[in-house]
Ligand binder design. Structure first.
Ligand code: SAM
Length: 268
């Protein structure tokens, strides 16, 4: 009999050690709440510690485009007057058809236009005339010698509504929401970090502002070999990049043959 009672007692102790009561996490109303709960009654549950294998996803850092890096080497330590002979020559269609391009841009007096990648200033002084005395042109380039060259040209011509801006390969360095039209003529294929750069252009445009891009048509089967080696993407691929950056395609004036001409808008 004593042995039976001992066995029953052992069983009782064992069962109280292995199976917790169903209401263990909610103390009965009559019991005092745990001290910790009283001290921080309104604080949210602490975040569970993040496992080190689950870092917050970060945007992929952009790597420089190798074709753009290669073709930009020829601008290092170069001379603006040499380039001017090539940029402002008869037979270059963006030179010969400049009046038609300007007309398609419909620049309003008093507006602000950024000539991104001024080069020798083929379009810069024409824009200065189109925006008039009350407007502003931003002449933007990564090379100081091009900026100096166009600054001198503007001075000689008595043009005083151009502000010069030194760009970097990751940014045009224009202030946010300050520009009505951004114009890039044979420049975008030189941009080494296109995704990052496009974000800077998007930020610089005012809501409803426009991006006008002229660049070489590089298409397998139809374009010349030097163009295919020099320009990293086709017009369709470039368009996809602009749209991915948030620009809305509006139209493509049919004025040029070797270049595409795309007009985009930043939504209001
Ligand atoms: C082929 S030239 C075109 C110049 C001018 N737009 C024209 O059509 O005569 C390319 C110009 O883009 C400039 N450039 C290259 N990368 C640039 C960047 N990330 N931002 C601004 N300008 C850039 C070069 O220094 C050069 O002046």
């Amino acid at each position: 009999m004593i042995a039976v009672m001992r066995a029953a007692a052992v069983l009782l102790v064992l069962s109280s050690c292995t199976s917790a009561p169903a209401t263990e996490s909610e103390p009965p109303a009559s019991q005092p709440a745990p001290v910790a709960a009283l001290e921080t009654p309104s604080e949210p549950e602490p975040e569970p510690a993040r496992a080190p294998t689950q870092p917050k996803p970060a945007a992929e850092p952009e790597t420089p485009n190798p074709v753009a890096v290669r073709i930009n080497k020829k601008y290092e330590g170069a001379d603006a007057t040499d380039w001017e002979k090539r940029f402002e020559r008869k037979g270059r269609e963006v030179h010969d058809r400049q009046a038609a391009v300007l007309e398609a841009l419909q620049i309003e007096p008093g507006s602000s236009v950024a000539d991104v990648g001024v080069g020798s200033g083929l379009y810069t002084l024409a824009f200065a005339g189109a925006v008039g005395k009350t407007g502003t042109v931003f002449g933007v380039d990564v090379q100081d010698y091009f900026l100096d060259h166009v600054r001198n040209k503007a001075k000689k011509a008595g043009v005083d509504n151009v502000t010069f801006v030194k760009a970097e390969q990751r940014s045009a360095n224009l202030d946010e929401s300050t520009v009505d039209i951004i114009f890039m003529c044979d420049v975008f294929h030189h941009v080494e970090y296109p995704r990052t750069y496009l974000a800077s252009l998007y930020a610089a445009l005012k809501p409803g502002g426009r991006l006008a891009v002229i660049d070489f048509i590089a298409e397998e089967g139809t374009s010349k070999k030097w163009v295919l080696e020099h320009v990293r993407a086709s017009p369709t691929e470039f368009r996809a990049e602009f749209e991915a950056a948030g620009f809305v395609f509006e139209r493509a004036p049919e004025l040029l043959e070797e270049n595409f001409f795309h007009l985009y808008r930043k939504p209001e």
